[in-house]
Design a binder for this molecule. Structure first.
Ligand code: PLP
Length: 365
């Protein structure tokens, strides 16, 4: 279906960030945003592109009190020929459907998600950055804004898409990748079975901030989350999935506990490693097994995967003040190959041999 959303263009376009190598992560926002409403009986209606500006929200809106909301994260990339493309947006739509089901938020069809994203990128196409390591971060989100203090699903929702030209989350200055230090979190947990860990909802992140703040005291960028029941098995790294290369096996936590966010980069990493003939296991891995591998010299690499950072290698783990170095503390070959391949496919400099890119039919002239 072709959507033709009305557009109200800003009368005050912002200055573009002067230096694309210093974009940081989500520091700048573009000129426009997409908005759409949902009402009982009407469904999703009134999609529109409007200037990116503060929105009015009734202070008694349920999202501000009970956090009935969800969000997604993807990136738009500019290829060398000026085409704008997304990376596996069908996977974002599928994850959004599972999140919405969990949060009692009305389903948003995949074609509507992509149409909203496309409509706003079309207006802000000249904001898609081109410097190495950069992309246009796309943040779709939905929240219930019914005026109600009943702890019940809202009867009115807003779907919005905002855009931010960004560098990589943990980028090296040249846009490449570099190792970081991660804190093994033994006190706080991110998600428990039966909770919302597998869904992309704000509460998961608000609840994680205490742990990340504590990690910073140890000069760590983020935390390695352990399972809620035993504080033993590795789950995720900050807001990314986690991979461990021990001897000839690459291991990541399985999704069946429903405490792990099923990352699109995670799935892509697994598929690429299998394509390259490497042994990949989705299995439980204890923190003790990792330290054992460190001792006997078989711990080769640890890296995180996610849309924001693509691949983020870990050089050191800090566990209750004790430092553990991962191999030589430098970027490992598998992390580097994955980063080069994924970011290359995303930006159109490496052939898309997996069929993952989604051209939006928009081109920078
Ligand atoms: C908790 C968490 N885990 C993993 C990921 C990685 O998911 P993706 O690769 O889809 O960005 C994210 C980021 O979205 C996240 O917030």
């Amino acid at each position: 279906m072709e959507y033709n959303f009305p557009v109200t263009r800003t009368t005050h376009p912002k200055a573009r960030p002067a230096d694309e190598t210093k974009l940081g992560f989500a520091k700048y926002f573009t000129d426009h945003m997409f908005c759409m409403d949902w009402d009982e009986g009407l469904g999703w209606h009134d999609g529109r592109v409007v200037p990116h500006e503060p929105i009015a929200i009734e202070p008694a809106s349920c999202v501000l009190h009970y956090a009935q909301m969800m969000f997604e994260g993807m990136k738009a990339y500019r290829t060398p020929s000026g085409e704008i493309q997304l990376f596996r947006p069908d996977m974002n739509a599928k994850r959004m459907a599972r999140t919405n089901e969990r949060m009692c938020i009305p389903e948003l069809p995949e074609e509507l998600l992509i149409a909203g994203v496309k409509a706003v990128i079309k207006e802000d196409i000249d904001w898609v950055p081109t410097a190495p390591g950069t992309a246009l971060y796309v943040r779709p989100f939905i929240f219930g804004d019914e005026v109600s203090f009943s702890v019940l699903p809202a009867k009115h929702y807003r779907f919005m898409v905002i855009l931010s030209p960004t560098g990589s989350y943990y980028a090296a200055n040249d846009g490449g990748i570099t190792t970081t230090r991660i804190y093994v979190q033994k006190k706080y947990i991110r998600a428990a079975k039966g909770g919302t860990g597998y869904a992309k909802v704000g509460g998961n992140y608000g609840g994680g901030m205490r742990a990340s703040q504590d990690a910073m005291k140890y000069d760590c960028k983020d935390v390695l989350w352990l399972d809620a029941a035993e504080h033993k098995y590795v789950e995720e790294i900050g807001t990314s999935n986690a991979f461990f290369r021990i001897a000839d096996e690459v291991i990541t936590a399985p999704l069946d506990s429903e405490t792990i966010l099923p990352g699109i980069t995670r799935d892509s990493v697994i598929q690429l490693l299998k394509y390259w003939g490497m042994k990949v296991s989705e299995r439980k891995l204890s923190i003790d097994e990792i330290f054992e591998a460190e001792k006997n010299g078989t711990l080769q690499e640890i890296f995180a995967s996610g849309t924001a950072a693509v691949i983020s290698p870990i050089g050191w783990l800090n566990c209750e003040g004790e430092e553990h170095q991962v191999a030589d503390g430098k970027v490992g070959p598998v992390a580097q190959k994955l980063y080069d391949t994924l970011y290359g496919i995303q930006t159109g400099t490496v052939e898309d041999f997996m069929g993952w890119t989604y051209p939006l039919g928009l081109k920078v002239e």
